[in-house]
Design a protein around this ligand. Structure first.
Ligand SMILES: *Cc1c(COP(=O)(O)O)cnc(C)c1O
Length: 373
């Protein structure tokens, strides 16, 4: 099989989605599956749908277009505030987008009007993460303006926590978001359909059973794909953490002087002489590097230690084993390693367990306009 490759076990992803969908449903919260870390890979998006997410979301229009080309018909929203220059593509492929700028919303509205559709808007409000978001004091005015623009419809309010700041959301922020929603509804005379509470960083408090206020949707990527809480890095109870495996091939194995023991005297190591008492180690080179992934985010198997990497070489030290030339080594990627690997053209993506064994999904979810064609 081709190396380097990422093996993706869809059975584990479906399990993670189902497990989270059920636990969140008990708290009245729906789930949007976030596909940006896997570049909108259609099979992985399909596994999220099989598991029961109510829709998909991605940060990039190219990824959304990829999913649409593969026949995915479910509601898809654009997570990152759209580029004004991409308004036509956004209204063509996405039912909804998350927005913070009136100029952009006007652009989306005129695109939608030209194609006789209505594009749904979720306004992102700043709740302390200091990435995207309308300042709370400006929300009411902007929401009222959106209500008056033909071609768009105000669908909801969303917030983002712990993306840039790494600060986990606390109950105070949830209450604040809920009261902003109440105020906006009162001022605009509407009932907002979607109150989108944030990313995987929200799962710990939601699953703990803290008050979730008006939040009725979470946008989840990392928790589904890797089974961990992005803030603490801890495994979330009941989830698989090994749906993704990074596999690469050994191209050199030698006994070499231990790092630091090398006599680096002079340019080009001229006159190299390894002292007889110099400590040696078993070292191998694995044929991946920083061009393929975030090497620091790879967890090696037991007995292997990552020593360093360049663009194309990963050097590992092996305690007791000697890795054969041509042997494959499997690593567990973290979010950053997985994301960069999924985006690297020469890293093969191998999909396992494509077909769900049991489809315990309510029949109405597979109505004609929700099915994967
Ligand atoms: C990436 C992203 C998410 C999903 O984040 P995870 O940590 O992968 O769950 C949710 N919302 C927004 C706005 C995002 O950019």
């Amino acid at each position: 099989m081709t190396v380097p490759r990422i093996e993706v076990d869809l059975r584990k992803i479906r399990h993670n989605v189902r497990h989270l969908v059920q636990r969140l449903a008990r708290r009245g919260i729906g789930m949007t599956g976030v596909t940006k870390a896997v570049c909108g890979h259609p099979d992985i998006a399909g596994a999220m749908l099989d598991g029961g997410v109510s829709g998909l979301a991605d940060a990039r229009i190219e990824n959304v277009e990829r999913m649409r080309r593969s026949g995915i018909k479910c509601p898809i929203s654009l997570l990152r505030t759209p580029m004004l220059s991409q308004a036509d593509r956004v209204t063509r492929e996405c039912n909804t987008s998350y927005n913070t700028e009136l100029d952009t919303i006007h652009g989306l509205a005129s695109s939608a009007r030209r194609s006789n559709t209505v594009h749904d808007i979720i306004l992102m409000v700043e709740m302390g993460d200091l990435r995207e978001g309308i300042m709370p004091a400006d929300l009411e005015a902007i929401a009222s303006k959106v209500m008056g623009i033909a071609g768009v419809s105000l669908k909801g309010i969303g917030a983002n926590f712990a993306c840039l700041s790494g600060l986990a959301p606390d109950p105070r922020m949830v209450l604040e978001l809920s009261s902003l929603v109440d105020q906006t509804e009162a001022a605009c005379g509407v009932l907002l359909e979607t109150i989108s509470g944030g990313n995987s960083a929200n799962l710990p408090w939601v699953l703990r059973g803290d008050c979730s206020g008006r939040i009725n949707d979470l946008r989840l990527g990392e928790a589904i794909l890797l089974g961990v809480d992005p803030v603490s890095g801890c495994r979330i109870d009941g989830l698989h953490t090994d749906a993704f495996t990074f596999v690469a091939e050994v191209i050199e194995s030698k006994v070499k002087p231990q790092r630091g023991a090398w006599p680096t005297n002079g340019p080009g190591f001229s006159g190299i002489h390894i002292a007889s008492d110099c400590r040696t180690v078993r070292q191998s080179i694995v044929a991946i590097g920083n061009q393929d992934t975030d090497v620091e985010g790879l967890s090696p198997p037991l007995g292997l230690t990552l020593i360093g990497a360049t663009s194309d070489h990963l050097v590992v030290e092996t305690a007791n084993v000697c890795l054969a030339i041509g042997a494959e080594v499997s690593f567990q990627p973290n979010y950053s390693a997985m994301m960069r690997g999924m985006n690297a053209p020469n890293v093969e993506k191998v999909i396992r367990n494509r077909k769900p064994q049991t489809r315990n999904i309510p029949a109405e979810r597979w109505s004609s306009d929700f099915a994967l064609v």
